[in-house]
Design a protein around this ligand. Structure first.
Ligand SMILES: [Fe+2]
Length: 309
């Protein structure tokens, strides 16, 4: 692990939670053989197609991202693995708890150990994505509405973790993400780079960061595999529910108070309201179904071939 900034303020996020700063923890998933080519090809081969996200990110000179998305296509697991290793693809296998349950059980054991190092941290739900990405893939600036432990399994990647203040993480943008109103990420400015904490991850290391902290990822010229485990605590559930309710209020022309200024009972009340709003379809999920642009193909530019379906 390399921390490239020296002065580390004690808290870099306005949201409460037991994790005050980005930190690595050792894990033992690599030596258990979960990330060999054979194991990965097998997972890719049998993973349900509807749980695949295949993304291809392009960046302009200002670091602004555009996204193309791929369909699973009909490659075998071996072929898909080869296309990722030679291409410029970012493949996210959702619901790892169902799709690769052996790896998931082992990771939950590691999670329990890591959680125990944070007094007061109590995850109530855990879910995960197995991320298999090309040597030059980069993930744009974003936040996850959850706690995250990123178990790194293969290759080297560089994580940039930013403060969770209003400048880097505007609440209105958080509402849009939580209510799934946009595939856009958070607004990003190159000036944020001066505020980044930079951490290089090696296989066998897991990284956590403060709840909601914005981050981005660059693979360091190696094919990379990570299991990204996200978790909810009661405080994160309340906060997400309040953000959802605020998104609905805003969509109806209201100007909701920021969750930042709310007490726990207020957050809990807005969370309860969000359950009712979701039941009646308070906001239509606008990113559930969007068109695909390509299929993975070994030998095609970036590993992205024409759609065949
Ligand atoms: Fe993330």
């Amino acid at each position: 692990m390399t921390a490239m900034t020296t002065a580390e303020p004690s808290r870099r996020t306005r949201y409460p939670g037991p994790i005050a700063e980005a930190r690595t923890h050792p894990h033992a998933l690599v030596e258990q053989g979960f990330a060999t080519d054979e194991a990965l090809a097998e997972i890719l081969h049998r993973y349900p197609a509807y749980l695949f996200d295949i993304n291809l990110y392009d960046y302009d000179a200002e670091g602004q991202v555009s996204l193309r998305t791929g369909a699973r296509g009909n490659l075998s697991g071996d072929q898909l693995l080869a296309a990722i290793q030679a291409g410029r693809l970012w493949v996210n296998l959702r619901q790892a708890q169902r799709g690769c349950s052996d790896l998931w059980s082992a990771a939950m054991g590691e999670f329990a150990r890591i959680q125990a190092t944070y007094p007061g941290m109590r995850a109530v739900t855990n879910a995960g994505q197995l991320i298999i990405s090309s040597p030059v893939a980069r993930v744009p600036y974003h936040f996850d509405p959850a706690g995250v432990v990123l178990f790194h399994l293969r290759g080297r990647k560089r994580l940039f973790v930013y403060p969770g203040d209003e400048a880097h993480l505007p609440e209105q943008a958080m509402e849009q993400v939580v209510a799934r109103q946009t595939t856009e990420e958070l607004p990003y400015k190159q000036a944020f780079e001066a505020d980044a904490r930079v951490i290089d991850l090696e296989p066998g290391e897991a990284l956590t960061w403060p709840l909601y902290a914005p981050h981005r990822v660059e693979n360091l010229d190696r094919f990379c595999v990570s299991l990204s485990m996200d978790f909810q605590t009661w405080p994160s559930r309340f906060r997400n529910g309040a953000l959802y309710t605020n998104a609905v209020i805003r969509s109806r022309g209201g100007r909701p108070r920021l969750t930042d200024a709310m007490s726990t009972p207020e957050l809990a009340a807005r969370w309860a309201a969000s359950l009712a709003l979701r039941r009646v379809g308070g906001l239509k999920d606008r990113i559930a179904d969007f068109a695909r642009d390509f299929e993975p193909e070994l030998g095609a530019v970036d590993g992205a071939g024409a759609l065949r379906a």
